[in-house]
Design a protein around this ligand. Structure first.
Ligand SMILES: [Zn+2]
Length: 573
């Protein structure tokens, strides 16, 4: 915690010497837990008199959040009691939790929520190019829209079919392919407008739903992909984030026991509480439909469903891309055609193409050694995935019989590159172009193998990204945790007040809070006044560009999840 001496603090300092001592002591980890530091007091003039209880100031702040943000947060929050003491943190945009290079992208803000939602399919989808339905459209509308195309009775949840775009007289397509570009929200596409001609062509000959949004916050891979295929919000479907507070209170991964497991084995219902359209369509047709997913890691598993874990279900295709470029599955619930890993040319040939693309076979791409950069961070990833998609679609006879098949394809590289070099980097530009090229190839393959009017191709994305140039303060989690500890934790043990952090939530350690006589409300109160200066590590200069911003609050609001119903009311959401 760096002393930036904001004006409010300076005023309090003038007010009395004893307070000044508290301020000085606050810098000392041992003494900090003691008396209330002046720093945590609200500015004396406006807040202190009308609201004597400090806990109320953070609530007033939360009540001033835009209604829209509150709605998106409510949809994305698990409303059960075990989650109640955990804190919702709403960074004041463009602030974000992360570092100066590694930005995060979780939140209710438009720039993260706005995503392409493109449907293409001659004979099935009207050629409207751009269509604004005049109501909110979210990715939870995808499953009901497919259900209407299929003439299938899908349970009404949170989404609504976008009926207006469908050709009314058509028979169902033989195959519906859904492509998700991880991190491919509109702000990435708009940043690089010349890099996606194939996607633009699909908009021209199909339709983009104007104003479409992911639909819930946090805007994060597991949650938003599950919205797509369940037609429900995370509050209902259960897959709220990468780290999820489970029914027994433990913190687990969306589809795994540990939050660190991005591969196999998976447990499809670790947190997922409802069925997907793939689950139900497959089962209703005696498992005749082919249902498949190709994804980098298990985070997008909610797009597919539970495979043979569903009573009466079968082993749908689930191909997970491992870091080295091999495909794997969890054979207990899913299948993987062996052809995927037996192709004549493996990912090495895609890396060679990337290497040669700049005219020199020197093992480098934009100055990075391709041998150590990691396939997933290069344009080779999308190329390899698309070639494998053709192989799997062909091996499994997708789209060949009279029952509609569903295939989901997830491109992770734009998100990986965005975290590694940021969305404004040349790397991001080239990787976006590689995804567009792959989409163009996939379309050609579908035209030739399924027939031009035999399929529907949907292109969407789970979230946008945070450009570093926007000037957001990167909330340093280590420093924040240390400050919370200094402020509240007086019990000498290894346990912290906060059990785990994420970009939109702090998981409370309720037992440790109780041992210290601390409540989630008290921590919220402290953090809702937490400033850029506070979050700058001790002994470091406040970085260039932020010198005058030390007194700025880091968060728009911080509050315990159990206060959400109240905040919904007071914000008007
Ligand atoms: Zn990401």
């Amino acid at each position: 915690m760096k002393r930036a001496v904001p004006i409010a603090t300076a005023l309090v300092l003038l007010a009395g010497a004893s307070v000044a001592v508290a301020v000085l002591r606050d810098a000392d980890p041992v003494a900090a837990g003691g008396g209330r530091a002046a720093q945590e007091d609200p500015p004396a003039s406006e807040e202190a008199e009308e609201e004597p209880l400090p806990a109320k100031a953070y609530l007033r702040k939360a009540c001033r959040l835009p209604e829209r943000w509150v709605s998106l947060i409510v949809r994305g929050w698990n409303p059960s009691p075990e989650r109640g003491p955990d804190l919702v943190i709403v960074p004041k945009p463009p602030n974000y939790v992360g570092s100066f290079i590694n930005t995060s992208h979780s939140g209710p803000y438009d720039f993260l929520q706005k995503v392409p939602l493109i449907f293409y399919g001659p004979g099935h989808i009207q050629e409207l190019s751009r269509f604004d339905p005049g109501r909110e459209v979210t990715l939870a509308d995808i499953a009901p829209t497919y259900a209407e195309m299929l003439g299938f009775d899908f349970p009404a949840r949170d989404g609504t079919s976008i009926s207006e775009i469908l050709e009314t007289s058509s028979a169902p397509p033989k195959l519906i392919v859904t492509v998700s570009i991880d991190g491919g929200g509109w702000n990435l596409l708009e940043r690089w407008p010349d890099e996606w001609p194939k996607i633009a062509q699909l908009i021209g000959e199909g339709v983009n739903i104007e104003g479409a949004v992911g639909g819930s916050s946090p805007s994060i891979t597991p949650a938003i992909h599950t919205n797509m295929s369940t037609g429900a919000w995370p509050a209902r479907h259960g897959v709220t984030a990468i780290a999820v507070r489970s029914r027994n209170g433990a913190i687990v991964g969306a589809f795994t026991k540990s939050t660190n497991d991005t591969g196999v084995p998976v447990n499809p219902t670790k947190t997922l509480k409802v069925t997907t359209i793939g689950d139900l369509w497959d089962k209703a047709n005696d498992n005749l439909p082919k249902v498949g997913l190709m994804a980098s890691g298990n985070y997008p598993l909610g797009m597919l469903g539970r495979g043979a874990q569903l009573h009466g279900g079968d082993k749908d295709v689930a191909a997970f891309l491992e870091e080295g470029g091999a495909w794997t599955t969890d054979p207990r619930f899913y299948s993987l055609p062996e052809e995927a890993n037996e192709q004549e040319f493996g990912p090495a040939s895609d890396l060679e193409d990337v290497d040669r693309a700049d005219g020199q076979a020197d093992g480098a791409w934009l100055g990075h050694d391709l041998a150590t950069t990691g396939l997933g961070n290069t344009p080779a990833a999308a190329a390899w995935e698309e070639r494998t998609a053709e192989t799997i679609l062909e091996a499994e006879d997708f789209g060949l019989d009279g029952t509609t098949d569903l295939f989901y394809l997830h491109f992770k590289s734009p998100d990986h590159v965005g975290h590694k070099w940021n969305m404004i980097s040349p790397e991001a530009r080239e990787v976006l172009a590689s995804v567009d090229t792959a989409i163009g190839r996939l379309r050609s393959w579908l035209d030739h193998n399924i027939g031009e009017d035999g399929y529907v191709l949907t292109i969407t994305a789970d979230h946008g990204q945070t450009p570093i140039e926007a000037g957001g303060w990167p909330v340093n989690r280590t420093e924040l945790l240390a400050d919370v500890q200094r402020r509240f934790d007086r019990v000498e043990d290894d346990l912290g007040i906060i059990q785990r952090t994420s970009a939109t939530s702090l998981f409370s350690n309720l037992r440790e809070m109780k041992a210290n006589g601390v409540t989630p409300e008290m921590v919220s109160s402290y953090l809702s006044r937490y400033t850029i200066g506070d979050n700058s590590p001790e002994g470091t200069e406040i970085p260039t560009g932020f010198e005058d911003r030390a007194a700025e609050p880091v968060f728009s609001a911080v509050f315990p999840g159990r206060k959400l119903p109240l905040i919904e009311q007071c914000s008007g959401a």
